[in-house]
Design a protein around this ligand. Sequence first.
Ligand code: SF4
Length: 407
Amino acid sequence: MNKFPRSAYVHIPFCHRRCFYCDFAVIPIGNKVETLGGYGSKTVKDYLHYLYKEILSIKHKSSLSTIYVGGGTPSILDPKQIKDLIDLFKENYGVDYGAEITMEVDPASFNQDDLYGFINAGINRFSLGVQSFNDQILEKSGRRHLSEDAEKSCLWLKKVYESGLIKSWSLDLIQNLPLSGFKEWNNDLKKTINFSPPHISIYDLNIENGTVFKKLIEIGKLKLPSEDEAFKNSESTNLILKNSGYSRYEISNYSIPRHQSRHNRVYWSGSGWWSFGQGSTSSPWGKKLTRPRVSEEYKKWVIGQCHRNLDSSLVNKDFVYKEIDEKIMLGLRLKEGVDIYEVLKEQNWGNKKFQINFCKLLKEWEKFLESGLLVRKGNRFFLSDPKGMELSNQILIAMFKWWDDIN
Ligand code: SF4
């Protein structure tokens, strides 16, 4: 825990408009965006100014092995702005040879020239937010792109990947969007497979407070797939992707061999990471720090932190990781699960206390171990696939209860 983080997340909050299910820290800036000189450029440039300030405020740093430019819709930025960002890291942190540098892109927010520009800027992995290939589903979800845009983007990414210009790319879908019954979902999966992305993320739709979807549900105007349909959709996902050569290495993520996301594994493994930009959360040494979600407050925060020396407030080499429940939760998301002994050892409990608390956890998990949702191999515990992964919430709730009880 005392090494400097080797991964950095950068939040680019701009989107053309807000999708109906989204509660991220985003700034909708409309359709006519020219981020270098035209409409929208002042807002963007202003934000980037503070973002760079924050990135430069860190004094103790190691070279980076992963960078993830997420959002929002980072592909709204001009390739030159992405290059400046990557160069900032290269010049001030250092970036390892062979580092994974990912950028999220949304269909209809970039063209082929932009794509080559992003690659020239140093991006070697893309994560494409398709969500669905069905126009009706896209419209119902407030997405701005059409199926045609998504297909075009997939073809471009397939081409640059196959010609060796990038290391990998991911196609991202959302499961159980409105109108996405068994037939529609299977079509989405089949189209996805046709583009042979090396990595696929399948996120389950969550209804978040403050979103259009939440409002529509409250007034009875949003029909989502039933529990039965959702279960069948999940089964289909597993079957189709496994039969197509993908392995589920994390609850929401599938890949062909050697294409797991290195950056995301840093989060799930509980290692430290830097994070920059409004609303983002860093965890350099296990302790989390979330930045304000609103631009003006974020800017003030950056100025304040720079004055107070952000870096020294974060550097604490003796920090003991206390958020054990979260570490177990993240570990359980992974195919290889989590070594509970290793995690509990960090608490520095005496032998007796260690055994008592461990037994209490086993008690909470007893029924899941018996039913095969949870599997134990030595001190390592992992969710069975697909049953345990589908019903992970029950196992996590039992674990959170254990953690509350012993504290
Ligand atoms: S594009 Fe992504 S980040 Fe932007 S509003 Fe839609 S879901 Fe949210």
